[in-house]
Design a protein around this ligand. Structure first.
Ligand code: GLU
Length: 504
């Protein structure tokens, strides 16, 4: 059997993480079985489907690296790749019509003219007496001539499937095992609003058959549709399909995932500065795990190790901290050049001249170990590019007095003045200053191991920040002149804000 799987998103919203996970699992399964991954756009809902969403879906999947073998052309979306097209349901209407007519002619489907109010009342009544709210089957009994007359008159209608009563519908879900349901609780459900307006359950079955889909891997929210789809398949004598329903994605508090928890679109994650490899790695673990300690997985490794059989039944927890961890890992793996390109949007405002590019690359080399996402960069590194300001007390380590801070700054200036430009690098600076910081603590009668009296003050003078990279690498990037300038400025801040007694 040739493995053919599909992602069938409805373009009624941006591609969110849940659908991206479905895409990934389908993609992995296809790749490891030498099969085909098909992208089918399910745009039967004319009011809610938008081109903008379709484009977002396509772009997001491509950004994640999940390329399909058949579906819209990667560049010219109005074209297709693959020989089972078109891959947009709105362009397959004649096909659905053909199968609707087959069912109608065989009496396996029928026109229903019941009014919405009537159906609503019926449904409410059934619910009130604790019965499944299925359709009564009233229009199933209509004579052919009556139906024709009503159609000629243009009476509002839908098309329903004549579902056999009391039949057990069974299927073996790869994740959830055997699932059984009695057809009587489904009732005669609607499959189309008209011959040219198929509804989801019907169009899906026709497409999955026509596109020779072998396995349907999709979210658990579709599990209640599966028996309906199987009934349609059986009526049309279509082949059986294998099913795997993926567990729901839940927020850390096990409630339904909402925007608040990060149920945002893939492109929003991109904008926040997450890398596609982090998202892929993260999504793979939403409902699957390798059964080992291995946490870092590239797409290639996933193709090797992923298996549908290892998908869990219970809900998968969406933990953004895990994503941050993975993202910081993948950021660290990048070279400064790669990071420069990837984070261009966030750093471009810092580039005033050509030499700033090299400076930024040096900064990225230092800062890539300190960020979770690329969007953290501007606020982390802005101090390199602007005049900094900070409250005087930030310069103070523990109980240091203003006088001591000024002494510290003086000493630093002296020492740095005597270091040659060519020695102004982190290794040499750390060698000199670590020793000096120890001596300084002794001079001011503090524990000589407490280098903070000098190094904290130095680092704040350079950055104006409570947290930053270490002072030596920052000094190397700022250069001797700027470093000394910032130290002088720190001295001024202390002096300007000190009250006569020069103490804290
Ligand atoms: N179009 C459906 C959706 O976006 C998916 C259909 C399916 O996977 O069967 O939820």
């Amino acid at each position: 059997m040739k493995v053919r799987v599909r992602l069938a998103p409805s373009p009624t919203g941006y591609l969110h993480m849940g659908t991206a996970r479905v895409a990934l699992f389908n993609y992995l399964f296809a790749k490891q079985n030498n099969g085909s991954f098909i992208l089918r756009i399910e745009d039967t809902d004319k009011e809610r489907s938008k081109k903008e969403y379709e484009e977002d879906i396509i772009k997001s999947l491509l950004w994640l690296g999940l390329k399909w073998n058949e579906g819209p052309d990667y560049n010219d979306y109005s074209n297709y790749i693959g020989d089972h097209g078109p891959y947009r349901q709105s362009e397959r209407v004649s096909l659905y019509k053909k199968y609707l007519e087959i069912l109608l002619n065989k009496g396996l489907a029928y026109y229903c003219f019941c009014l919405p109010e009537e159906l609503e009342a019926q449904k409410n009544y059934l619910i009130s007496i604790g019965k499944p709210p299925v359709y009564s089957g009233k229009c199933r009994e209509l004579k052919k001539e009556e139906v024709l007359k009503k159609l000629e008159k243009g009476e509002r209608h839908i098309i329903r499937l004549a579902v056999p009563k009391d039949k057990i519908i069974k299927f073996n879900d790869i994740v959830r095992g055997e699932i059984k349901i009695n057809s009587s609780i489904i009732g005669d459900f609607s499959i189309a609003k008209g011959l040219e307006e198929p509804l989801y359950n019907f169009a899906v079955v026709v497409d999955d058959y026509e596109m020779e889909i072998s396995h349907i891997i999709r979210g658990e929210d579709h599990i209640s549709n599966t028996p309906k789809q199987i009934i349609i398949q059986q009526m049309l004598n279509f082949n059986k399909v294998y099913y795997a329903h993926l567990p729901l994605i839940l927020a850390p508090d096990r409630t339904k995932l909402s925007k608040r928890h990060g149920a945002v679109s893939v492109m929003e994650f991109k904008k926040m500065g997450y890398l596609p490899e982090s998202i892929i790695n993260f999504l793979a673990f939403l409902g699957w795990n390798p059964g080992t300690d291995k946490e870092i997985y590239s797409l290639q490794e996933l193709i090797k190790d992923f298996s549908l059989e290892r998908i869990q039944k219970s809900g998968a927890i969406f933990n953004i901290k895990k994503l941050d961890f993975l993202n910081s890992y993948y950021i660290k793996q990048k070279s400064a050049d790669e990071l420069f390109d990837l984070s261009y949007e966030y750093i471009k405002d810092f580039i005033k001249q050509e030499s700033d590019k090299d400076k930024i690359k040096k900064i990225l080399e230092v800062y890539k170990t300190r960020i979770n996402k690329l969007s953290d960069l501007p606020t982390e590194i802005d101090f390199f590019f602007k005049d900094i300001n900070y409250p005087k007390d930030l310069l103070r380590w523990k109980d240091a007095t203003d006088t001591e801070i000024l002494l510290c700054i003086d000493k630093l200036e002296d020492t740095l003045d005597n270091i040659k430009e060519e020695d102004f690098n982190r290794d040499y600076l750390s060698q000199v200053l670590l020793k000096e910081a120890q001596e300084f603590a002794k001079i001011i009668n503090r524990d000589e191991k407490d280098r903070g009296y000098m190094l904290w003050t130095l680092r704040v003078a350079l950055t104006g920040k409570k947290f930053s990279a270490g002072p030596f690498e920052i000094m190397e990037i700022l250069g001797k002149k700027e470093t000394i300038r910032r130290l002088k400025k720190a001295g001024e801040i202390i002096q300007k804000n000190s009250n006569g007694n020069n103490d804290n």
